[in-house]
Design a binder for this molecule. Structure first.
Ligand SMILES: [Zn+2]
Length: 56
């Protein structure tokens, strides 16, 4: 809980993306077909897209 407010204005090291529902997009790694695959998932509505930019 304390860590969340500490990172609120952490700068530009990581770009944040937001879903159209207002939820924050989190990157996650899936193991699929013998390969590691990055997916972007909205933490609020659980929508998944291949890239964070696909949520717009
Ligand atoms: Zn969403």
């Amino acid at each position: 809980m304390a860590a969340a407010s500490k990172n609120a204005r952490a700068g530009s090291a990581k770009q944040k993306f937001f879903c159209s529902c207002g939820g924050e997009i989190k990157m996650k790694t899936l193991f699929e077909g013998g390969k590691l695959k990055n997916m972007a998932e909205c933490e609020k509505c659980k929508r998944t897209e291949r890239r964070p930019s696909d949520f717009k």
